[in-house]
Design a protein around this ligand. Structure first.
Ligand code: F6R
Length: 253
């Protein structure tokens, strides 16, 4: 496990962007696992700038997003597909047919989940999986209590996750109650996992993920078992980590 602690959100985003850019330059055909939410936005903005500057290309990159709300079509303004289109895909040179986000608007959910897993496998597996972390320790939409052994599946969203995510909707009632998410097994199957966290609201989840017991009550704790996992934090998200941990990490100041 590698931990980087950066001064603030901007520095965290830059470090994360550079981490992935370096990997893309070494392997322009990388398979990337992507996340939505507020945390990766700064990193996405860096990638957009690098593509505009001609120093980075996603032309041969394949992407798989972690999750999507159940019941929202791709065209819904609050769907994760729309989020990715607006915040990243339309602003970089990625081939649209190589971008994958689970379909939240399908009838046969089980078939769709198996197909998503098959597509990931067919692409050769995920090289780098980007993750944010929920205040309750969720990763993807794998809420506390999720089985570590699951692949893509439908989940019921916790009340706290729905409340936190209601900022992307007009009202809490509009937030779907269920979602499709890659499972913890998909995440653990990625060759490398890069977790981003910013702000003191995430500090408890970060502390428990890194130092707590590995337990299904805190889904992110499973990452302690991953052979190549990198946490890129800002100081606020790292504020609960004890000094002996902080002193052993790669500080970037
Ligand atoms: C998003 C996702 C979620 C978020 C997490 C943190 O695709 O799977 O696990 O990464 O809820 O969200 P933010 O970054 O908005 O704090």
């Amino acid at each position: 496990m590698k931990i980087y602690i950066e001064k603030d959100y901007a520095a965290m985003s830059k470090r994360a962007a550079e981490w992935v850019e370096h990997a893309i330059r070494s392997n322009p055909q990388l398979v990337l696992g992507l996340a939505t939410g507020s945390t990766p936005l700064g990193m996405y903005r860096h990638w957009i700038q690098s593509v505009a500057a001609g120093t980075l290309s996603f032309k041969n990159i394949t992407s798989f997003n972690l999750d999507e709300y159940l019941g929202l079509s791709a065209a819904h303004p609050s769907s994760y597909r729309m989020f990715m289109e607006e915040q990243l895909f339309r602003q970089i040179d990625i081939d649209p047919s190589q971008t994958h986000v689970p379909n939240g608007d399908m009838e046969h959910t089980e078939d769709h989940c198996r197909e998503y897993d098959r597509l990931i496998e067919q692409a050769g597996g995920i090289d780098i999986q980007i993750l944010g972390i929920g205040e309750n320790g969720h990763i993807g939409f794998n809420e506390p209590g999720e089985d570590f052994g699951r692949l893509t599946h439908v989940v019921r969203l916790s009340d706290s996750t729905r409340r936190v995510n209601s900022r992307f909707f007009n009202t809490l009632k509009e937030v779907p109650t269920h979602a499709v998410t890659m499972g913890l097994k998909n995440i653990m199957n990625a060759r490398q996992v890069v977790v981003l966290a910013s702000g003191d609201k995430k500090s408890r989840a970060v502390e428990q993920a890194l130092l707590g017991k590995v337990t299904e009550h805190l889904p992110a704790s499973v990452l302690q078992l991953h052979p190549d996992c990198v946490f890129i934090l800002d100081e606020a998200a790292a504020c609960r980590l004890p000094d002996e941990v902080k002193h052993n990490v790669e500080m970037a100041r």
